[in-house]
Design a protein around this ligand. Structure first.
Ligand code: NAP
Length: 278
């Protein structure tokens, strides 16, 4: 058995929320694996454009003539028309799309009794409806194009960025945890419906990863020590820990993996409170 360094050569990947954190890590890893990459951003155009420049200057797998190695597209994933326009621009630029990393996500934290409807709706709209809207546009294109065996044995792949909080309840964050719990069933139902069409859909559930979403949890030594009590592996995760898992789930190496969640969490879901006998 041999592994190609460019397992995703000839494929086009779109990463929502690719301008920061886990999405940025995923975009960089996908590009290193040979894919052309669309970096979606919401507010931080400058960050997205810097990542595009980095990917282009790093070079890599040979691309079809005239195809850019990376581009940035602004869109709010919670807005149907913006999502449609983003996919239209992607397909106009690259001809098609092979991989969607449904990654954009936010937190709006509050004690349950103080949580406003606006906070609830915002998180649901981005974290859950946003994933539905992007997945639907990707699937339309996967079905239109079908399988191209010289590119991949799948018609398309979707990786949904979930969280350990799809299974771990989270006081003070009920909107976020509910959005990720709902995402598990969205992912599984899509995977069941679309597997016969050779579309593979899976989730990644990160544990604590050093990004802007959770700076407060790891940026002081005291907070980091507290966080590490929850992580048997003894370290906080980095975006490339997730990026490597994204590449595997996007590649034909995981062709028999459908509708599952890969926990990339340093053991956070192993009930660490029981490490010393409970
Ligand atoms: P982050 O660094 O804050 O990045 C969030 C990304 O989402 C940014 O690129 C942001 O774009 C984008 N975004 C926010 N609202 C958007 C919208 N309406 N439309 C399009 N893009 C939008 O956070 P992160 O930690 O990388 O989080 C990425 C995903 O991983 C999320 O789904 C999160 O729930 C999940 N996750 C993270 C952790 C962790 O420990 N970090 C753990 C479990 C799960 P702009 O910056 O351009 O506005």
């Amino acid at each position: 058995m041999s592994y190609s360094p460019y397992v995703l050569k000839g494929q086009v990947a779109l990463v929502t929320g690719g301008s920061s954190g886990i999405g940025e890590g995923a975009a960089r890893c996908l590009a290193q694996a040979g894919a052309a990459v669309v970096i979606n951003y919401h507010s931080d155009r400058a960050a997205a454009e810097q990542i595009v420049r980095d990917i282009i200057s790093e070079g890599g797998a040979e691309l079809a003539e005239g195809m850019p190695r990376a581009i940035a597209i602004g869109a709010n994933v919670a807005k149907e028309e913006e999502v449609k326009a983003m996919f239209a621009q992607t397909i106009a630029t690259f001809g098609t799309i092979d991989i969607l990393v449904n990654n954009a996500g936010i937190q709006q934290d509050a004690a349950f009794v103080d949580m406003t409807l606006a906070q609830w709706n915002l998180v649901m709209n981005v974290n859950l409806t946003g994933q539905f809207l992007c997945a639907r546009e990707a699937v339309k294109e996967f079905l239109r194009r079908g399988v191209k065996p010289d590119i991949s044995c799948a018609a398309g792949k979707i990786i949904c960025m979930s969280s350990v909080h799809q299974v771990i309840p989270w006081a003070g964050h009920v909107n976020y945890a509910t959005s990720k719990g709902g995402l598990e069933m969205l992912m599984k139902s899509m995977a069941q419906e679309l597997a016969p069409q050779k579309i593979r859909i899976n989730s990644i559930a990160p544990g604590a990863i050093e990004t802007q979403i959770n700076t407060a949890a790891w940026s002081t030594p005291e907070m980091k020590a507290k966080l590490l009590q929850l992580i048997p592996a003894g370290r906080v995760g980095m975006p490339e820990d997730i990026g490597k898992a994204v590449v595997w789930l996007a590649s034909d190496d995981s062709d028999y993996v459908n509708g599952t969640t890969l926990f990339v969490d340093g053991g956070m879901t192993l009930y660490p409170g029981f490490t010393k006998g409970g």
